[in-house]
Design a protein around this ligand. Structure first.
Ligand code: SAH
Length: 364
């Protein structure tokens, strides 16, 4: 069903000359690039300010650069290449979901969520996903291609531009859209470096969360690199039999290995891990499973996010009844587990990852 998008893959041309994306540069890379043009280092900072603080959309606007430099940048680099295909705004809570399309005809979703503590943006790291989780819409058509760091930056800027109209800013970012960020590790980290740069959007790394299906090598690498971001692990089941039936990745990285990596991450970084647990009716939501989960997490400083599963038309999912969600939550709390029930954002606009994209592909 995402075939309409995937089918065009073969036609995807290599990046034409003159279309290098300026959002794909870290400040350091831009400094080096400009040095090669004979420009001083502060030039890169000026350009970062134009791009990320003044939200410039053309080099012509950058009036403190010489005309000659503006022209040569404009002929060598592009500023953004995504087009907004459609947007949905929740009447309930203002959650805004954008469907964006790039010149090679791939589409991804990005979502702006408004909380009382600030505005958070959910970014997609891949077009589609190859992880195959049985409850997820993003993976239905497989993985079409990676998103570059610059394309993730672009996603974020759609939300920031909307917030500009109300003099607000994006205060936190979650890498929880379509795709597996640890399967696109370098681009995901580069994206984080670009958006956290103090000369640019200046989003504190402590306000950035990366969510993974549980790719152990990525978790270990993240621990070793020491970025102070928050790690969220999609657990969804407390034992291997159940987890493997929901998440094929569990066959490669079973729970014992995953927990070992999580303990390592905590030892090295001192940071508390978030675990996501999507409650699927009759599948993983019994009190017995709550007890197994508490046992599994004992001794690891962490937080569990209970997520009432989002309805996906192609998936035969039952939602856990409200009473049972609370019973599961209470059981976890009784056993000393730090847990919250995730507030549903924009449930009137099919906010589950991949659904708008899938709907669009079906129409097209
Ligand atoms: N690949 C990464 C990040 C993207 S998915 C990961 O797996 O963590 C973001 C979160 O949404 C994950 O926890 C994922 O398991 C969850 N998710 C996917 N489909 C869902 C659905 N139908 N209902 C609720 N949560 C879902």
């Amino acid at each position: 069903m995402t075939g309409a998008t995937g089918g065009r893959l073969g036609l995807r041309a290599a990046e034409p000359a003159g279309s290098r994306q300026v959002y794909n540069f870290t400040l350091e890379e831009l400094t080096v690039y400009l040095q090669d043009l004979g420009e001083p280092p502060y030039r890169a900072r000026q350009i970062f300010q134009w791009l990320y603080q003044r939200r410039a959309q053309s080099f012509q606007e950058m009036t403190n650069l010489s005309k000659g430099l503006r022209a040569s940048l404009a002929s060598a680099l592009t500023i953004g290449r995504a087009r907004e295909v459609t947007r949905q705004v929740s009447k309930v809570d203002g959650t805004t979901k954008f469907l964006l399309e790039w010149p090679d005809a791939v589409t991804v979703e990005t979502v702006l969520m408004r909380h009382d503590y600030g505005n958070s943006v959910c970014v997609s790291t891949q077009v589609g996903c190859k992880m195959g989780c049985t409850f997820c819409a993003s993976t239905l058509g497989g993985m079409i291609r990676q998103m570059t760091a610059g394309e993730m930056v672009e996603q974020l800027l759609f939300s920031q531009r909307l917030l500009d109209e109300q003099s607000q800013r994006v205060s936190s970012v979650v890498l929880m859209g379509s795709g597996e960020p640890m399967d696109n590790y370098d681009a995901a980290m580069k994206f984080i470096d670009i958006i956290s740069d103090e000369h640019g959007l200046n989003i504190g790394q402590r306000h950035i969360t990366i969510s993974t299906v549980g790719l152990v090598p990525g978790i270990v690498r993240l621990a070793d690199e020491g970025r102070p971001i928050t790690l969220a692990v999609s657990l969804h089941a407390p034992n291997d039999a159940l987890r493997s039936s929901m998440m094929p990745v569990n066959r490669a990285y079973p729970i014992a290995k995953l927990m070992e990596a999580c303990h390592y991450y905590h030892r090295v970084t001192g940071r508390r891990i978030s675990f996501e647990y999507a409650l699927v009716g009759g599948k993983n939501d019994s009190l017995q499973e709550a007890r197994e989960l508490a046992e599994l997490l004992a001794g690891l400083p962490c937080h569990v996010n209970l997520i009432p599963v989002n309805y996906v038309p192609e998936r035969n999912l039952t939602r856990t009844a409200k009473d049972q969600i609370y019973a599961f939550w209470n059981e976890l709390k009784r056993l000393g587990v730090n847990a919250t029930i995730r507030r549903e954002m924009g449930h009137d606009i099919a906010a589950a990852c991949g659904q708008l994209r899938a709907e669009h592909a079906n129409r097209g």
